[in-house]
Design a protein around this ligand. Structure first.
Ligand code: C2E
Ligand code: SIN
Ligand code: SIN
Ligand code: FE
Ligand code: FE
Length: 378
């Protein structure tokens, strides 16, 4: 009996509402009991639209590749693994010494000498790669691979499960938006741009050492940012679409959109049985708190400073910057210069100054996003 209890105890954390990062970390510990030479377990996700592979979660002492994205075309070896649907063992990474790509160099520069790479699939669709790396060369034995493949299947299921719950949530919210004939005044590419500004800020803050922003959080933030104003489906069109300034009563109603958003998300999550979905709180915070300001004078709850989660502060800056630089029924589009001046004015009192500074410092990337997702018909 004791054996069984112990065995269960060893894996029970996998069932709890841990994030995928945490699950991979636990699994890595378990794998090390069999194969002590495995020093890194990493999952990179495939982005079909961009044809890129981006770092997602990893368990390692060092974190050699973070916030990193590479074009599949620049990684012929990964293309081959994807095409042939076969894993690849490289027991001595020095074979890559000449003419390799940035990601492999970074892995090698951190002292990794061997790698076993396994493609991940959802049914037939390629969804990403799993990497097992070791600091030692020639340690992966032929007979170990069968068991490693089994672990890889487990990781595959965890990743698919995570992607499917996210897809289900996003799909449901998109259906909500279209069913309620939601005439969003924030038309065009507002949501595309603001999600990318949010990711840009988050990645830069993470590189500057913000410990709360892992790849997993950043990607989830990117997916959820466009839902920040979902509560506006509960605002009457006469207010939402009003050309010109809102009167005091209208403004009071408009302000309820963030609390309404949170209620909608709570209800949907409950109906879908996703109450314990690992990042539901991220979505709740983004929709419910994106109009809180750090001086405690925002709405609906007058949260202050660190009471507002960093992801939400990031979304506020991204949203406001795009609102300022876009045409609205109540205002013309501002230039980037004017919008940056306005953000600086709000910085430190209303908005997180690191987020504002980071966005402004990355003007070239901002312009690139504006070019790619412009609202001009041509
Ligand atoms: P929105 O248009 O997406 O704007 C998002 C946020 O960007 C605003 O949140 C505000 O923080 C910022 N913002 C937008 N335009 C300006 C501006 O000209 N100056 C400054 N300093 N900040 C700006 P806020 O104020 O909480 O408004 C929330 C939503 O309420 C807006 O979302 C919009 O849908 C609506 N709204 C706000 N004011 C008016 C208005 O005068 N007329 C109409 N029709 N709607 C308004
Ligand atoms: C990675 O480990 O994240 C990619 C490096 C490789 O191609 O082995
Ligand atoms: C904000 O809501 O963050 C800024 C509103 C303002 O002070 O103009
Ligand atoms: Fe809003
Ligand atoms: Fe918005």
């Amino acid at each position: 009996m004791e054996e069984i209890v112990l065995a269960y105890g060893r894996y029970k954390d996998l069932h709890h509402t841990a994030s995928l990062s945490e699950k991979i970390r636990i699994l890595h510990q378990v794998i090390r009991q069999d194969f002590s030479y495995i020093d890194r377990v990493a999952v990179a996700l495939f982005d079909r639209n961009m044809n890129t592979l981006k770092t997602f979660v990893q368990s390692a002492k060092d974190l050699p590749l973070q916030f990193y994205e590479c074009l599949m075309d620049n990684a012929p070896s990964l293309m081959e693994i994807k095409a042939r649907k076969k894993s690849r063992l490289v027991n001595d990474m020095s074979v890559f010494e000449n003419g390799t790509h940035e990601h492999t160099k970074k892995i090698a520069a951190n002292g990794y000498q061997a790698s076993y790479s396994v493609p991940l699939f959802d049914s037939r669709a390629f969804i990403g790669m799993l990497f097992f790396n070791s600091y030692q060369k020639n340690v992966f034995l032929e007979q170990d691979l069968a068991k490693l493949d089994l672990y890889a299947q487990l990781v595959n299921s965890l990743v698919v499960n995570k992607l499917q719950s996210t897809q289900m949530l996003l799909g449901t919210f998109r259906s909500c938006l279209s069913l309620v004939s939601y005439k969003d005044p924030e038309t065009g590419n507002h949501l595309e741009r603001m999600a990318r500004y949010a990711r840009l800020i988050a990645r830069e803050l993470a590189k500057q050492g913000n410990p709360g922003l892992s790849d997993e959080i950043i990607e989830t933030l990117f997916m959820f940012a466009p839902l920040h104003d979902i509560g506006k489906i509960g605002i009457p069109d006469s207010i939402l679409l009003k050309p010109g300034k809102l009167d005091e009563d209208e403004w009071q109603i408009m302000q309820t959109h963030s609390a309404k958003g949170r209620e909608i998300i709570d209800a949907v999550a409950q109906h879908l049985g996703l109450k314990s979905f690992d990042h539901i709180s991220l979505l709740q915070n983004i929709s419910g708190s994106h109009h809180e300001t750090i001086d405690g004078k925002g709405y609906p709850n007058r949260l202050k400073q660190d009471e507002i989660p960093i992801e939400t502060q990031i979304v506020s800056v991204a949203d406001i910057f795009d609102a300022l630089t876009s045409h609205r029924s109540y205002k013309p589009a501002w230039s980037n210069e004017k919008a940056f001046e306005e953000l600086k004015r709000l910085s430190g009192t209303k908005l997180n100054s690191d987020c504002v500074r980071t966005l402004i410092e990355n003007e070239p990337a901002v312009k690139e996003i504006q070019k790619q997702f412009s609202d001009d018909p041509e």
